[in-house]
Write a new protein. Structure first.
Length: 405
């Protein structure tokens, strides 16, 4: 039976056969909310992020990329390509509520862990598939990755000046959004199961997600034919007028969001800007406005500008690096950086769950597991004897890590 927690999803069992970012973050979010998440991993190397990280950064052999996405999970190291491993997995499916996978299109059919196969074992199972471009169409088999989808979706053309190359985003936001949308779809399907008694197939693809994130821009284009055009001056969004962008100050950088240009003119003591009183002026005269205000911000520090602009209700903020973010008073006050206790590394600092519930708050109960750390425990829960577990481990069908704390 699933391990039970006090979280709102306590008692639910989630099988996480994903890697990289989108899938692991979806399963982790369900774990934060109380679900018993079992990470299904190949016995030899485990999930991709166990062996691939940022610039080789690791902590005593543990990749930080894996540590960031796999808290509140147990690890079952099992060979799904073997007949015995697959049969053990089928036994686990019979006890599960959710299965999440992000294999390339066609792989689950070859492994015989596709939706129809698992539904026959457990009709109540919610089966979630994540892909780059969806299950059909001419691009269905192509690999989906955040940077590739940024370019594919048209979103790179909104940032910068007209002679700049396409500007990619600095974080893998499409991957993360796909994970969040998957978690939402799973929760909706679980709610539907309350009425129907049956699970269903949840399909989420990165292309759909990034197009949905551009719904305002695409509705504008699709209904009017208007195409975003970047101006001579760099902007943070081709369809949002000045001063929407980033500015160098005396000691750093400052962001400015939308605001009335005449009010900005008063704040900057720049009469030239006070003649722009219409909302449309911010777009129609964006290049002139950007060129006028950029040199003005060199006169003060970022903090001085934020304090000054706040008095005019002009939305602004600093451009933090990570050391500055860590020390930011709001981050500290909200406890957005916290710790988890890893079985071999000890305290590991991480980011707190972003969802807050008044009665059943999200929580970090366990750090990311060692590969195969929970294999024996999980297989025992579905009735496998210690003798069989030892035999399977010796044959390489499963992997057992006995040092999990």
């Amino acid at each position: 039976m699933p391990t039970t927690t006090n979280g709102t999803l306590g008692g639910l069992r989630v099988l996480d056969a994903t890697q990289m970012l989108a899938g692991p973050i979806a399963a982790m979010r369900l774990g934060d909310l109380g679900a018993d998440v079992i990470k299904i991993e190949p016995p030899a190397t485990g999930e991709f992020n166990r062996t691939h990280g940022y610039a080789g950064v690791e902590m005593e052999g543990q990749r930080t990329t894996f540590l960031g996405l796999n808290r509140n999970k147990r690890s079952l190291a099992i060979d799904l390509k073997s007949d015995e491993g697959r049969e053990l997995f089928y036994g686990l499916v019979a006890t599960a509520d959710v299965f999440i996978q992000n294999f390339r299109v066609g792989a689950v059919e070859r492994l015989r862990i596709d939706y129809e196969t698992l539904r026959a074992i457990n009709p109540r199972l919610v089966y979630a598939s994540i892909s780059g471009y969806g299950p059909d169409g001419p691009g269905a088999g192509r690999p989906g990755q955040d940077l590739v989808l940024q370019g594919y979706s048209g979103s790179m053309w909104f940032v910068g000046a007209d002679d700049d190359p396409p500007v990619p985003g600095g974080i893998p936001a499409i991957d993360a959004m796909t994970g969040y949308q998957t978690a939402i779809g799973v929760l909706a399907a679980l709610r539907g199961r309350d009425f129907s008694g049956e699970g269903q197939h949840v399909e989420v693809d990165m292309l759909s997600v990034v197009m949905d994130a551009q719904v305002q821009e695409l509705v504008t284009y699709l209904n009017t034919g208007a195409v975003p055009r970047r101006g001579r001056e760099p902007s943070a969004h081709a369809w949002i007028g000045a001063p929407y962008g980033v500015y160098r100050t005396r000691d750093g950088w400052l962001t400015l969001a939308m605001c009335p240009i005449d009010v900005l003119g008063t704040a900057l003591d720049c009469p030239e800007l006070q003649r722009y009183t219409r909302h449309e002026d911010a777009q129609e005269h964006a290049d002139e406005i950007f060129a006028t205000i950029r040199p003005l911000f060199a006169a003060k520090t970022t903090d001085e500008w934020i304090t000054h602009l706040d008095t005019f209700n002009i939305w602004s903020g600093p451009v933090n690096d990570y050391p500055a973010l860590e020390k930011d008073p709001q981050v500290v006050a909200r406890g957005l950086i916290t710790e988890m206790d890893h079985p071999t590394l000890g305290p590991v600092r991480t980011v707190a769950p972003p969802i807050n519930l008044s009665r059943d708050p999200a929580s970090i109960r366990t750090a990311p597991p060692l590969l195969g750390a929970d294999t024996r425990e999980i297989l025992t829960e579905i009735g496998t004897s210690d003798t069989d577990i030892d035999r399977l481990a010796a044959a390489g069908v499963v992997r057992i890590e006995e040092t999990n704390a």
